[in-house]
Design a protein around this ligand. Structure first.
Ligand code: ADP
Ligand code: MG
Length: 222
């Protein structure tokens, strides 16, 4: 079976640092993969290369068997907006936009019409327990609420893979677990795969697979 996303022989060098030193990863539809490892081991670089934010020096990433590293920046950017969703450590919501507009932003950027983008975003906010908060600016939301808006934003355009880089890093452990539950349930409901970087063993334990990184290389543990 062709993987949804397959990385083969990824090498990414910054000066003398091999951030990725020969990495292979397979992501199948619906997979939840946790990426763990010490700071500086290459986790964020792996997420960026898997999602086409950066390209590898050697090797490539294949989406449905087609290489993405050879695409122009414009094509890769379009791919990110349509096929992938992103959740970062602390929301990265646009401060000037409402929660609803933030959640709808990827769909709007992908060219959806405004009313259908807003209504899809609104139903995700409802499902994530944020009914009635759509008009708020991020500054008047709690950290946990802001991360739920970020989940809605990552999912509203029906991506095939959600990439999350330490999404619970700025939350207390209880709020982090609740946020992770919301992310995994939402991803499962829309059949999106999840690749999540985390330091939290309790969160890694909820993945189907754990990929451990050390010095730009990986080991895989069931
Ligand atoms: P992690 O997310 O596991 O902490 P990173 O992928 O951020 O690790 O970094 C892996 C290595 O690559 C580190 O040594 C880091 O300093 C280096 N690195 C990452 N991004 C850059 C960059 N843009 N410029 C220079 N070095 C970088
Ligand atoms: Mg990182």
């Amino acid at each position: 079976m062709t993987s949804l996303l397959a990385a083969r022989g990824l090498v990414k060098t910054y000066g003398s640092v091999r951030a990725l030193d020969g990495v292979d990863v397979d992501v199948h539809a619906g997979d939840v993969i946790a990426v763990v490892g010490p700071s500086g081991s290459g986790k964020t670089t792996l997420l960026h290369v898997l999602s086409g934010i950066r390209t590898a020096d050697l090797g490539d990433v294949f989406l449905d068997g087609a290489p993405i590293g050879v695409l122009s920046e414009t094509r890769r950017s379009k791919l990110r907006r349509t096929s992938f969703g992103f959740v970062f450590q602390s929301g990265m919501l646009v401060a000037e936009l409402s929660a609803l507009e933030n959640a709808a932003l990827p769909s709007l950027l992908a060219g959806a019409d405004r009313s259908s983008a807003l209504s899809a975003a609104s139903s995700w906010l409802d499902r994530l327990g944020l009914s009635g908060l759509g008009a708020r600016r991020p500054g008047s939301l709690s950290g946990g609420q802001a991360q739920r808006v970020a989940i809605a934003r990552a999912l509203a355009h029906q991506p095939r893979v959600i990439f999350a880089d330490e999404p619970t890093g700025a939350l207390d452990s209880r709020t982090g677990q609740d946020m992770m539950t919301a992310l995994l349930e939402s991803a499962a409901a829309s059949r999106a795969a999840v690749v999540v970087v985390t330091h939290d063993q309790a969160i890694a334990a909820r993945a189907d697979r754990v990929v451990e990184m050390r010095d730009g290389r990986i080991g895989v543990f069931a």
